[in-house]
Ligand binder design. Structure first.
Ligand SMILES: [Fe+2]
Length: 219
């Protein structure tokens, strides 16, 4: 008697991509990013997440449009991962205006779900939108302006063949959504045109959970 074994691929990490044909919205956001001096300050990257672009929706209607697209796709994402119900949603949209040589070190987001919408990016030739099948040898291959997603399993990099990674080759109009715990980074680019994207954080509190109380707390 011999058993063939049973396999369970437990705890997948769901990334979703949406390709949106929003050329008018992209043009409006690009104009705002390039013309407003706040995005050309030397400390723009350090300050980017202290701004919520939702506050500028009156001034830049394209941000209201993008907010609606983010929440629409968040619904799709939550349905896909089986997260349904009524929630209080805390949401932030913040700018990434990256001039040549800019890069983003490895990080994750203090939220439940993270998303990025690409307004303008350098073009890639012969690259898939998401490459998640390459060998670990290719992990060390430098490429400009790609988003690298790291294996979120604790210390998976110490487990030899268990380690995986994915690269996203962004293009204008792409929205991606993933769990906020997922470590990711962006490699430098050297294009003359800045790399423009909007990131979003979502924190969902289920309504009606009376056992949690909100207190003022200062240290
Ligand atoms: Fe990020």
């Amino acid at each position: 008697m011999s058993g063939s074994g049973a396999r369970y691929d437990l705890f997948p990490t769901t990334l979703m991509t949406f390709e949106l044909g929003e050329t008018g919205m992209n043009a409006d956001i690009e104009r705002h990013f390039l013309e407003d001096p706040r995005y050309s300050r030397a400390d723009q990257a350090e300050q980017s997440d202290s701004l919520n672009l939702m506050d500028l929706a009156g001034e830049v209607p394209a941000f209201a449009r993008l907010q609606a697209l983010f929440t629409e796709k968040l619904k799709a994402y939550c349905r896909e991962v089986g997260w349904t119900g009524d929630f209080d949603l805390a949401m932030q949209m913040f700018p990434n205006v990256a001039p040549a040589r800019h890069y983003v070190p490895s990080h994750n987001h203090v939220a439940h779900v993270a998303a990025v919408y690409y307004v303008n990016t350098p073009a890639f030739e012969n690259r898939p939108l998401v490459d998640h099948g390459s060998s670990m040898t290719d992990y060390w291959r430098p490429e400009e302006g790609v988003l690298i997603l790291h294996d979120p399993r604790f210390n998976a990099s110490l487990m030899g063949g268990w380690q995986h990674y994915a690269r996203v080759y962004p293009r204008p109009g792409l929205m991606i959504m993933f769990p906020a715990f997922l470590w990711h980074e962006v490699t430098p680019h050297f294009s003359n045109a800045p790399r423009l994207s909007v990131a979003a954080n979502f924190t969902l509190d289920p309504k009606g959970e009376a056992f949690q109380k909100r207190l003022a707390f200062s240290v």
